[in-house]
Ligand binder design. Structure first.
Ligand code: F3S
Length: 278
């Protein structure tokens, strides 16, 4: 069976940076905490925990002298709570997420009514929303044109969650334009997600089966699996090579492999090796 890895797959820049920073912290500071799981990958989080990186569920739950902020970022309120408890803060917020926070803040300073296109309740979105709110904007989080509130006033600024699709942004912008509102749009989508999606879709067209590696709790991996499944129905979303069996690939001559942005390269290598051996 031919095994082909997608052109773009696995840990993105922000996740790799967070993992590298966590490794450095464990070497220099020893036992430390992350505020929430460092990445959406249960195996990696469990492994880090074994090495002394405990997940604190909130600032009140912090039990170490060093705390890592994960790549999604945190709200300004959480940052100041961390300052209050006097811990060393290692900020692994992805620079692309920081860019979205700054864009929202700037639009707020410019007097915009703000729409954030993204999943309500997602930690990255909550942090962007709070940055804009504190900077004085009235903010709504929208995921479809139906979510756009009636009582908008100009100027309207739009910022988008880094991992959203371009089409979602376009839908919101054209719904606003239909209401004669020309929004100021800051496209803060990170290309890592779309690169992985395009590469996976291209590969899925030529393969008998697809394996998508990544946390079941990772929304970008789940979306990757959905995209592959629409093109190649024999798509398996797995978290580790232990979930693979020869029966899954009976009759297959080719299998494509891709992985979400929170999947480190060693997990991809393990799966590729296992598939090669089937
Ligand atoms: Fe950053 Fe983009 Fe990854 S925003 S965390 S590089 S998906």
């Amino acid at each position: 069976m031919k095994v082909v890895l997608a052109e773009h797959a696995g840990a993105c820049y922000g996740v790799q940076r967070a993992l590298d920073m966590a490794g450095d912290v464990l070497r220099t500071d020893g036992a430390s905490n992350t505020l929430g799981p460092l990445i959406h990958n249960p195996q990696v989080v469990a492994n880090l925990e074994k090495h002394g990186l405990r997940v604190a569920e909130s600032v009140d739950d912090v039990s170490a002298d060093t705390v890592i902020i994960r790549s999604h970022g945190v709200t300004p309120q959480v940052r100041s709570q961390l300052e209050d408890i006097n811990v060393r803060v290692v900020d692994a917020t992805c620079p692309h997420v920081l860019r979205a926070q700054k864009a929202a803040e700037q639009l707020a300073h410019d007097g915009c009514r703000l729409l954030i296109v993204g999943e309500p309740g997602h930690p990255e979105v909550s942090a962007i929303r709070e940055c804009a709110r504190i900077a004085g904007a009235k903010v709504d989080v929208v995921l479809s044109p139906d979510d756009i509130p009636d009582n908008l006033y100009a100027p309207v600024g739009v910022v988008i969650q880094t991992t959203q699709r371009r089409e979602v942004l376009d839908e919101i912008v054209s719904a606003l334009q239909k209401r004669n509102i020309e929004p100021i749009v800051r496209n803060t989508i990170c290309s890592a997600t779309s690169e992985r999606q395009l590469a996976a879709a291209r590969l899925a067209e030529d393969m008998d089966a697809m394996v998508v590696i990544g946390g079941k709790n990772s929304s970008n991996t789940t979306r990757l699996a959905e995209i592959c499944r629409t093109i190649c129905p024999r798509t398996f979303h797995i978290e580790s090579d232990e979930e693979l069996s020869p029966e899954m690939f009976s009759g297959c001559k080719s299998v494509g492999v891709t992985a979400g942005a929170s999947t480190p390269s060693y997990q991809i290598s393990q799966v590729v090796q296992m598939l090669d051996a089937l």
